[in-house]
Design a binder for this molecule. Structure first.
Ligand code: ADP
Ligand code: MG
Length: 268
């Protein structure tokens, strides 16, 4: 069965953009076990996941099938504890399923070695979370630059530092934070921290944005501003977005709503 090792070891996003915006993906033979709907970018097939708590096994996902097309904006909804974050982590290879498969561009990714999963995630997946996860000692600009430093290594990063900085500033401008470049997270509002986190998630030019309750810690007006940014990214840049939320008003702004209950995707 195919995996994504070859894909995961492709040049970094910075190299890709230097060479031209779209270098074709290497040919990946779709996995015979799970033929996908044409146009599918990311999918889960029969995914099961349990957590162990001492002697107890807590089943969370009991067989999730899910497909997202390239350019789609999907909201995953469900009650607290229904496994939304668990599913998002599995889609983003932050964790591996007990059973079933995750595919990206038709290649299996859940069974990659950890180092390849890390590469794949850094290059193709952007992530944002309810509590932003910004580094407190760094400015907004430095937080946005961190993924480039990690991806490039110190020497290459230093050589290309002006380009990186310009791109980070451009992204911060895109999310409406050009007046807050030097502010540290504690000097930013919740909405501003989430904007910085979105800019950070975009620095590597990801194909997919995975968002876990991105408005969960914000008042509704501020949350609306974040949604506006996500909708614009989806519409203008064709960014594929999978967003977890328990808020029906927020979910209704996506193209499609996928409901998780009792460990499975419920029929629409
Ligand atoms: P949601 O995001 O829908 O609120 P989660 O995916 O976070 O749900 O969690 C689903 C269930 O799995 C919950 O009952 C939660 O307590 C449990 N769970 C999540 N992560 C872990 C973990 N690392 N260890 C043990 N149990 C966990
Ligand atoms: Mg959650």
């Amino acid at each position: 069965m195919d995996n994504f090792y070859e894909l995961a070891t492709r040049p970094s996003a910075a190299n890709r953009s230097a060479a031209g915006p779209h270098i074709a993906f290497p040919e990946i033979v779709p996995t015979a076990a799970h033929p996908e709907t044409p146009g599918t970018l990311l999918s889960a097939h029969g995914v099961e996941k349990s957590y162990r708590k001492g002697k107890h096994v807590v089943p969370v996902l009991l067989g999730v099938d899910f497909e997202i097309a390239a350019g789609e904006f999907v909201a995953i909804v469900g009650q607290s504890g229904s496994g939304k974050s668990t599913l998002l982590h599995l889609l983003g290879t932050l964790d591996a399923p007990d059973c079933g498969e995750i595919q990206f561009e038709g290649g299996r990714i859940d069974n990659l070695p950890t180092s390849s999963r890390d590469l794949l995630r850094n290059q193709y997946f952007g992530m944002i979370f309810q509590f932003y996860h910004l580094l407190p000692e760094l400015s907004a600009l430095e937080n946005v630059l961190i993924p480039s430093m990690i991806a490039e290594g110190a020497f290459r990063y230093w050589r290309n530092r002006r380009q990186h900085r310009e791109r980070a500033e451009h992204l911060l401008e895109l999310v409406g934070l050009s007046h807050r470049l030097k502010h540290k997270p504690r000097e930013l509002s919740g909405g501003e921290m989430q904007r910085a986190a979105i800019a950070r998630a975009l620095i590597a030019e990801p194909q997919v944005l995975l968002a876990d309750e991105p408005t969960g810690n914000l008042d509704s007006k501020t949350g609306e501003g974040i949604m506006e940014i996500l909708r614009t990214l989806n519409a203008d840049q064709n960014l594929t977005i999978v967003m977890v939320t328990h808020d029906a008003a927020i979910a209704s702004q996506a193209d499609r709503i996928v409901r998780l209950a009792e460990g499975r995707v419920q029929a629409a």
